[in-house]
Design a protein around this ligand. Structure first.
Ligand SMILES: NC(=O)c1ccc[n+]([C@@H]2O[C@H](COP(=O)([O-])OP(=O)(O)OC[C@H]3O[C@@H](n4cnc5c(N)ncnc54)[C@H](OP(=O)(O)O)[C@@H]3O)[C@@H](O)[C@H]2O)c1
Length: 327
């Protein structure tokens, strides 16, 4: 693997722009190529971010010898197809969250990466933020005592557009897959394992997807995660981790730069860890580190965990009777 990781972005949409912006602060990463269904769109993205290679099809991007890694930034329902396209062409893949629509698709993509012996990771960028390394250190050293309860919400109010990817079932709409996945991934980070019990209640709106939902994850020692998500309701987007000797608060947990530790009987400890760029550089940096070390997956976010997160979301949707047209 060269010292500089040459990136390609597949899909010139909104998150692709943020990722491209994040890459600018990494000295050992270069945005080499952009692939879009339309060459005009690729050109305009290329002009905006100074990208030398512009491809008018995803197939052309996947075949480019210049690209070491491809960031898949299309709607959820296309993650499987586009990740497979790149993996089969031998490219390392960083795929946006949710990894796929369901666990069966996730298994197919993971199997392909293993067969091809190429790197694959879910772009759960929150996991790689500097403050999350500090949170994991506090948890590992027992700063809160034994963790008993996690409370996290991620809700925002989108405008009413039934054809948008947030509400359209064809594109994998709904709050669980779009933002609930952050709360569930946080529960996996905090408890380090899959829940043993799950229950939830959604509000399925006019388009049939969960406009909001609340869910409870239970663990084998009685620990709980109390989680919620919404795409039509603004919520504070906070996380709180409660332990037997204290608690931890993360405001705007999915893009946090600050964490506060409250240990019983002590002054609160506030840790501020700002991003160098917009925060999306952190996941790209992890991919670079893994590629240089010859790893096929990240140990900070292993593929087995990504798959288990998908299984948890499948089970919630099974309970809610929420199926996507592709299932
Ligand atoms: N990590 C984060 O913070 C974050 C934030 C937002 C979204 N996301 C994730 O990123 C993914 C993309 O979200 P986004 O907000 O960037 O979406 P978006 O603005 O709609 O962009 C998606 C891009 O996918 C391509 N695409 C291919 N087939 C499409 C189709 N049938 N309909 C619409 N677009 C299609 C298009 O690119 P071309 O026209 O160039 O081919 C489009 O611009 C989602 O899975 C979402 O969960 C992550």
């Amino acid at each position: 693997m060269p010292d500089t990781i040459h990136w390609g972005i597949l899909g010139a949409g909104s998150i692709a722009r943020k990722f491209a912006d994040g890459l600018r602060v990494l000295p050992d990463a270069e945005l080499t190529a952009i692939g879009s269904r339309s060459l005009e769109k690729a050109d305009s993205f290329g002009d905006e971010f100074g990208v030398p290679v512009r491809c008018g099809s995803y197939e052309q991007l996947a075949r480019l010898p210049q690209a070491d890694a491809i960031y898949v930034a299309t709607p959820h329902s296309m993650h499987k197809e586009h990740s497979l396209l790149c993996l089969e062409a031998g490219k390392a893949v960083l795929c946006e969250k949710p990894f796929t629509i369901n666990a069966a698709e996730a298994r197919q993509v993971i199997d392909c990466a293993r067969r091809q012996r190429v790197f694959l990771m879910e772009a759960m960028w929150t996991r790689f933020l500097p403050v999350m390394y500090k949170v994991r250190e506090w948890l590992a050293t027992g700063a809160l005592g034994e963790v008993r309860m996690l409370t996290a919400d991620f809700g925002f109010r989108c405008g009413w557009n039934p054809e948008s990817r947030l509400l359209d079932p064809e594109l994998g709409g709904g709050s669980l897959l779009d933002v609930g996945v952050y709360t569930i991934a946080l529960a996996y980070m905090v408890y380090g394992r899959a829940p043993s019990q799950l229950m939830g209640l959604p509000h399925l709106g006019e388009t049939g997807v969960d406009e909001q939902a609340a869910y409870l994850l239970g663990y084998d020692r009685g620990e709980l995660a109390v989680l919620s998500s919404a795409v039509r309701t603004n919520t504070p987007q906070e996380a709180r981790i409660d332990g037997t000797q204290g608690r931890l608060r993360l405001d705007g947990f999915w893009h946090a730069t600050r964490a506060t530790l409250f240990v019983d009987g002590k002054e609160p400890e506030v840790v501020e860890l700002p991003f160098r760029g917009n925060g999306y550089e952190c996941e790209a940096e992890e991919v670079g580190r893994c590629l240089r070390e010859g790893k096929l997956e990240s140990d900070v976010l292993p593929l087995s965990e990504t798959l288990s997160i998908m299984e948890t979301m499948d089970e919630l949707r099974r309970q809610w009777g929420l199926k996507y047209p592709t299932e």
